[in-house]
Design a protein around this ligand. Structure first.
Ligand SMILES: [Zn+2]
Length: 551
């Protein structure tokens, strides 16, 4: 299972901000829909934000450690260029137009990542599905006939030997000079690590890069608890290998922990058993023990490099991907707060301006948004994983509908948790109202480009259910206004409905509900169409690095 929410629609935060490109890019400057597809327009759809963070909590040593990490990240960026395209500088030298070159830098090549990899440089043709991981002249058939035991390797390039036969070359050999340099820099960073867990992880990670055996460093990463700085680095995700999905690409995130939020989360996660007891559903649907197999934390990210900086920007990381490690120790989930805030400010706010009634506009806030996203994550631990009638796991019984309903459950139970915490005095009434109204605004953003995905359907189910229950009204001007009391009732009954469908493993029931309610009706579509004219950014890109941080 892929864990960084870049391509999959596993989680709310991401589904809300998932990669959805503008339509149409061809030789002309307008497409059939009349949209402007010039390079200027393409660049203008991406808004630049500065990646900053509060550095007050950093020690002297932390400040000495970061520059090494920036250098390593830049090497990961170079490696990603090699894996994706190869010959970065030679390629960029062929582009004379300044703007096209800039767009190529953003896209790590001549294909638009947020527009189905359509080429924007003349004569380059289609993007190879296997990127630069495989020989350009290799066919799928040739690969399938190949008998090498290493051919599905996560950490190797496929090349031809002198006889023209396929061979694998491990990353640490293929990229030897760069990898050795990166590993040495990580060792240098480790010298300044005050936290023993981070020190151990960095040393093991440097060694992992030199050997392409990552497991020991993955375990060490999961054991880190008190580090302020985190460094996700190495070949991790396999999205770039669209041919087979085997080969991973290098990337790096440099992260600074948000200790206040991380502590709050630990506190709320500890309340799960009590909240499970209070779920608005028959006892048999909440008989399992609540809990989560992932350790959740909030971070500010100060650098994205390589794979994670290409295309749609990740705002949540759930790692490691190694299933053997996951089985033994679970995962760690990092929510990237400042990147989320940037998307909130640049994308969510203009949407709320257009669609939320002016009387409730001030209730759409980042704090509320971040709360709903974080509680979504915690709420996955509520409810039950097994059906109550012998149909086995909920996930298996609900088949292709399972993930949409599970995400829908986490969304609505996240709101349930916030409501309960308000009742316990943890939240003010203003906090609660903000969360309800921001939650509503979030639905518009998540279905802005359509509701074809599983998560889009779950969002529409909720929207249409709320509409039926009078949880909001639509003004003649096409603005939406939440009725807080009715929304609370709708939240409660929808929670019960979803928990029951899951517990019963009622596949036909879910299928029917999604078919009826999981779609965008014409009136809403008309309102969403108004957003198109507002030129709301498609995604964000970063101004980042030591200078931006003031280091
Ligand atoms: Zn989720």
């Amino acid at each position: 299972m892929k864990s960084i929410y870049k391509v999959s629609f596993l989680c709310a935060a991401v589904a809300l901000f998932a990669a959805c490109g503008p339509k149409g890019a061809d030789d002309k400057n307008t497409n059939t829909a009349g949209e402007d597809t010039s390079i200027d327009a393409k660049i203008n759809q991406l808004v630049t934000v500065q990646l900053t963070a509060d550095l007050k909590g950093l020690s002297e040593n932390d400040r000495k450690m970061l520059p090494f990490m920036f250098q390593v990240a830049d090497i990961m960026d170079e490696l990603f260029w090699e894996e994706s395209l190869g010959g970065k500088n030679a390629f960029l030298d062929t582009i004379k137009d300044e703007k096209i070159r800039r767009y190529a830098m953003i896209n790590y090549g001549p294909w638009e990542r947020l527009n189905d990899d359509k080429p924007f440089v003349k004569g380059v043709g289609k993007k190879p599905e296997g990127a630069n991981f495989y020989p350009k002249d290799m066919t799928k058939e040739e690969f399938e006939k190949w008998t090498s035991p290493n051919k599905k390797g996560l950490y190797s390039m496929v090349r031809r030997d002198d006889g023209g036969f396929l061979k694998t070359v491990p990353y640490h050999e293929y990229f030897k000079e760069k990898i050795d340099r990166a590993a040495a820099l990580i060792d240098s960073a480790a010298k300044y690590a005050d936290d023993a867990g981070l020190k151990k992880y960095l040393a093991l990670r440097a060694q992992a890069l030199r050997t392409d055996d990552y497991q020991a460093s993955d375990f060490a990463w999961l054991d880190m608890k008190n580090n302020t700085i985190d460094f996700v680095v190495g070949p991790i995700e396999s999205y770039e290998d669209k041919l087979f999905g085997y080969r991973t690409s290098h990337e790096a995130y440099i992260l600074i922990k948000d200790k206040i939020w991380s502590e709050k989360l630990a506190k709320y996660a500890a309340m799960l058993p009590e909240l499970q007891q209070g779920l608005p559903v028959d006892a048999k649907y909440k008989a399992e023990k609540a809990g989560s197999d992932s350790d959740l934390g909030a971070y500010d990210v100060v650098y994205y490099a390589g794979d994670c900086n290409a295309g749609s920007k990740t705002i949540a990381v759930n790692l490691p991907n190694d299933e053997n490690v996951q089985l033994k120790k679970g995962t760690r989930r990092l929510q990237l707060k400042n990147a989320m805030r940037a998307k909130f400010d640049k994308i969510m706010m203009p949407i709320a301006d257009e669609l939320i009634d002016p009387s409730q506009r001030a209730n759409v806030t980042f704090d509320a948004f971040f709360s709903t996203v974080m509680f979504h994550e915690v709420a996955h631990g509520l409810g039950i994983k097994n059906t109550i009638n012998g149909k086995g796991m909920v996930r298996e019984a609900l088949k292709d509908e399972a993930s949409a309903l599970e995400e829908g459950k986490a969304d609505i139970l996240g709101l349930y948790m916030i409501t309960k915490l308000y009742e316990k005095g943890e939240f003010t009434k203003k906090d609660l109202d903000d969360c309800y109204i921001t939650f509503m605004a979030g639905i518009f953003r998540s279905v802005r480009f359509g509701a074809a995905s599983a998560h889009g359907k779950a969002n529409m189910l909720r929207f249409n259910y709320f509409a039926d229950k009078g949880a909001f009204t639509r003004t003649p001007e096409g603005k939406y206004k939440v009725d807080l009391a009715k929304m609370k009732d709708a939240m409660t009954s929808l929670s019960a409905l979803i928990l029951k469908l899951q517990g019963d493993g009622d596949y036909d029931g879910v299928k029917k509900l999604m078919a009826e309610k999981g779609k965008i009706l014409p009136q809403l579509q008309g309102d969403l169409d108004r957003l198109k004219a507002k030129k709301i950014p498609v995604d964000i890109i970063f101004d980042q690095g030591r200078k931006v941080l003031g280091l």
